[in-house]
Ligand binder design. Sequence first.
Ligand code: ATP
Ligand code: MG
Length: 429
Amino acid sequence: METAIKAPRGTRDVLGDESWKWAHVLDVCRDVARDFGYSEVLLPIFEHTELFCRGIGDATDVVEKEMYTFIDKGDRSITLRPELTASMARSYLEHDMRRAPQPVKLWSAGPMFRYERPQKGRYRQFWQTDFEILGVQDPMADLETIDTSMEIYRRLGLTNLQVLINSVGCPKCRPAYRDALKRFIESGPGGLEALCETCRGRFDRNPLRILDCKKLACKEITEGAPAILDSLCDECAAHFEDVTRGLERIGADARLDKRLVRGLDYYTKTAFEILAGELGSQNAVCGGGRYDNLAEAIGGPSVPGVGFASGIERIVITLEGQGVFLGDKPHVDVYVVTASNGLALEAAALAHELRASGIAADTDYAGRGMKAQMKQAAASGAAFVCIIGEDEAASGTVSVKNMSDGEQRSIARNEAASKLALWREERNR
Ligand code: ATP
Ligand code: MG
């Protein structure tokens, strides 16, 4: 027998027991976006490959190893988006949002694609929510993006998060640091050869990324390396000072992490990450920072920007790990039961009327007996069961059972919707 086709490696079906939690997370993102003045943009899931090569950078893991790239039937190189920042900047430029009052604050959410080694919290298709502030250099915008992400987690009820922050300088001050770092590594005990193979490759192309290597040997080599913070130019140092002072002022518990880097020229100044202990080695729920030279890298004029992206799977895993109560799984208010199959049309009509009056209702279509229907009703989580028997049908009434106390009463059929709406309200009070 042929084996049934399964979902591709690194993808997963988010089923009903879990998908409502996602909806809740996305609702909170939408609320926070509104409260902070962001407008939502819906962007394409695929873009020209070049956007990511230029907008993320050829020397990054994402572009070198993780992209889903293919040639389409029109002979174009297309890539499934691995992140949203480059698309956000492209959209800003394409729609000439420079002409609007600055800053322009955009947010979005959806699936991203990266060819990675799948494990808990790491998938090949995963969801991100992404918030960007474009068009201003003000350090208070950096502060606001960190605050925005923390506000999402606060409203979700997440605790025990650690904000890590650093500055990666700018093209004025970074080259000197890059040289100092390379000299430090070269003059270390094992020299260049002691680095892992990936980092040896990074040494010339993107040496800052060596600080980010998860391999123990590389971590040890860079342990006492000079910190980029000590080489910042006056402008970058003042910017960092303003952001950290702001974080203190709003009571955000942020820790300096000298190793936190984004080693590309258009990433500038602030870099931050938010970690959750519950996630094990995939512990970042959020990554963000400033990218004042990104717009130019993708062929536009100079447009500063700052923002963050947060992984929805990792948020949900952390919520579950912390046992955060999100309320009950959504369920219908009313389940309609009939005493005999001959009354199926009555049940369908009542369910229709209830739904049309804003009362969530469900009924049986499997021809179950009344006892089995009652079981279905209990499993549905409905607070009330409407029972239609021959007598009820003949007298234009419905028997309503309150599932929390078992009490049953008879009401006029034409008052069912209004009565049930009232009882539901009393119950939720
Ligand atoms: P990591 O170091 O864990 O690979 P990253 O630096 O590649 O993270 P970013 O590109 O900054 O991650 O993406 C922002 C957020 O998106 C991460 O903090 C994480 O929550 C989420 N994320 C990134 N890659 C994945 C993935 N493959 N599966 C699930 N979530 C992911
Ligand atoms: Mg990654």
